[in-house]
Design a protein around this ligand. Structure first.
Ligand SMILES: [Zn+2]
Length: 274
């Protein structure tokens, strides 16, 4: 039975992932998600249902539009595959249930946020709110929902405090530097690095992380995300300031997923060593 459950979860993930691609393309453009069928972004031709089968269509059409043969972004099969894998992994961990479905949907929202942050360097509030909603209600009883909600508040509150303290530190140190040369204050104030690194969007992502992981594992996930981002940031050293703005949500999302899957192992490690 377990194998059928996993297959079902994977296929469900693929289908929802296919819809997620529509969300990722249309939300940054402010287009309706529900209205208007799928169409090729190059030639505008409406897609037939068999052009729209997750993964398979892209493979069978060799990544090209059936009408104009222009290449179809690798984003489509990749998001579908990742969605399938997310659903599969969570079904493997918790079996099929309402709670695991909600948890998987929360991770799918994090996936969409990651792709949008990576492509457009923006973090839509709508998807962030949905991610928190699914994470908080991804529980097996009322008590679990309350715990998730408390952890979401604790974690986003902690992030807000940290952000406040860091902004104060950076702004005042920039200000002190500015007393020496008045022009440099103006110059640095516009690109205070912190505001780029941790915006309101990241605080909302932190709320989702708190709800999904709890405080201890959440902190571990933040640490892991910084560790994952470090090589990328090192690679971008010396580039222009604009290029150095690394989208951080993908790293937060990947770290959250890893820590979620290996929660008991990581918790044992924390207990044994700290
Ligand atoms: Zn086309």
């Amino acid at each position: 039975m377990m194998e059928y459950d996993l297959l079902l979860a994977f296929i469900l993930g693929l289908l929802i992932g296919s819809f997620l691609n529509v969300v990722i393309i249309r939300i940054p453009k402010d287009e309706s998600i529900v209205f208007g069928g799928s169409h090729c972004v190059s030639c505008g031709n409406k897609l037939k249902p068999w052009h729209n089968i997750p993964l398979l269509s892209w493979i069978l059409l060799r990544g090209k539009c059936a009408y104009c043969k222009s290449s179809v972004s690798l984003q489509y099969p990749l998001v579908e595959l990742l969605s399938g894998v997310i659903f599969l992994a969570i079904a493997f961990k918790y079996g099929l249930s309402f709670a695991s479905f909600f948890i998987a949907l929360s991770f799918l929202m994090l996936l969409a946020l990651s792709v949008i942050d990576f492509k457009y360097k923006m973090i839509p509030d709508s998807l962030n709110l949905l991610a928190i909603f699914f994470a908080v209600f991804g529980a097996w009883n009322v008590e679990g929902v309350m715990t998730n909600f408390t952890n979401a508040l604790l974690f986003s509150g902690g992030f807000t405090l940290l952000r406040f303290a860091l902004s104060y530190y950076l702004t005042s140190s920039v200000f002190r530097a500015g007393i020496k040369t008045k022009t440099s204050w103006n110059r640095h104030y516009d690109r205070t690095p912190f505001i780029e690194a941790m915006g309101e969007g990241d605080i909302m992502v932190a709320a989702t992380m708190g709800a999904l992981l709890g405080v201890k594992l959440g902190l571990f996930a933040i640490f892991l995300s910084a560790l994952l981002a470090l090589p990328v940031m090192l690679l971008l050293l010396g580039r222009s300031a604009e290029e150095q703005r690394v989208p951080f949500v993908p790293f937060l999302a990947i770290a959250t997923f890893i820590v979620f899957l290996y929660d008991s192992q990581i918790m044992n490690y924390i207990k044994a060593n700290f």
